[in-house]
Design a protein around this ligand. Sequence first.
Ligand code: MN
Length: 292
Amino acid sequence: MKKVANIYTAPQKHWVGNGFHVQSMFTYNDRDKNLDPFLMMDYNPPRYFDGGRKSDFRGVEEHPHRGFETVTIAYQGEVAHADSHGGGGIIGAGDVQWMTAGSGIMHEEFHSERFSQEGGMFEMVQLWVNLPKAYKMTTPKYQSIKSTDIPVVNFANNVGTARVIAGNLENVSGPASSFSPINMWDVVLNEGKSVHFDIPESHNLIILVLDGTVMVNRDKIVRRGELVTFENGGKYIELEANNNSKLLVLTGEPLNEPVVGYGPFVMNSREEIVQAISDVQSGKFGQITKNI
Ligand code: MN
């Protein structure tokens, strides 16, 4: 069994731009080794935004990234994305945007025009997934993953469901391609039900509880807004939902490579960070092209 290592409570919310009111569940400055290869998680818990905006949409202005992938999971609301590598589109409830920043990208993230006009509930998770050293300078890429492309595993006996975004679960494969072995499951468990997940022994495992309360391994209680990490080793976990619960389950093969981060850049050395800053200043990350 994978043993619980740490349970983190959601910190104070802060604004990213003026469109994302998030709790940073962890960043690459955290020393918890059980997070590798995941670098950062911003959780925007359900929040209502007024409509009526016809321009000046809420969001984050143009900014760079290099050396990792940004994965945005939309639970409620809509986000429009545009980048300097021709990637772009709108993701809504159930959709996932998987952007490989690789060698360098400029992008912007805003509430969609429709959401800005209509308003409504907004709930997102943005993850930064590290790239192995060999792929940090890979060509940027954008995967727009629609809800309809994400297969659903139905657990027997009305236990719940899991949408397989990346990796595998019960011989069902997710649509996202990643540069290192990762599983990403959007799990819903019904009150009073239990589930057993086989997890690769070498993988790190983290779980964000977005709703409800779960008992992990018949021992630890993890509540809404908390993140749980696990120790190395062990091949499975058991979860029991104390009430209807929604979980983001992430597993990944640790890269075990040096992590040197500075703002939107995460590389393996200080020299590479200096280079990234210089490359942005000299325009090498390009300009955003809008095709949405
Ligand atoms: Mn960004």
